[in-house]
Write a new protein. Structure first.
Length: 136
């Protein structure tokens, strides 16, 4: 699950907070997963999705742009907990309630998987040696 809290940028007053599933969130003016009522928000403004174990946001060719921590994004951009996403006069804060995500990314990154695979292969090698030494 991902929780998104939406604030007004000028006074940082929370407008709403809601939890969503991690598949894909469409953010825009009306009729989407996250609705931001403003003429400066495009109908489909941005998307947040889980990709390769990371959350990323992508601007959907909006007119006013999407910003992460004050920087405009022009391509899919990884986001982490406590990043500030600005769309028009709105600030969005993302909180991840998912066991495999953290501030540093997924727990199952490629290095951990490689270490587990190598450990498994070593164990299988020892079992093969043990088997052939006992039943030879």
């Amino acid at each position: 699950m991902i929780q998104i809290s939406v604030f007004r940028e000028k006074d940082r007053k929370e407008i709403f907070s809601q939890s969503y599933s991690l598949d894909e969130l469409r953010i825009g003016r009306t009729g989407l997963d996250v609705n931001l009522s403003s003429p400066q928000v495009s109908r489909v403004h941005a998307m947040i999705r889980l990709r390769n174990g990371y959350l990323e946001i992508d601007d959907c060719a909006s007119k006013s742009g999407t910003f992460v921590n004050g920087m405009p994004i022009t391509q899919p951009t990884q986001i982490r907990e406590n990043d500030e996403i600005r769309i028009s006069e709105f600030l969005l804060k993302v909180r991840m309630d998912h066991p495999f995500l953290s501030n540093k990314g997924p727990l199952t990154d490629r290095r951990v998987l490689l270490i587990l695979l190598l450990t498994l292969l070593i164990c299988l090698g020892y079992l093969a040696v043990l088997y052939f030494s006992l039943y030879k």
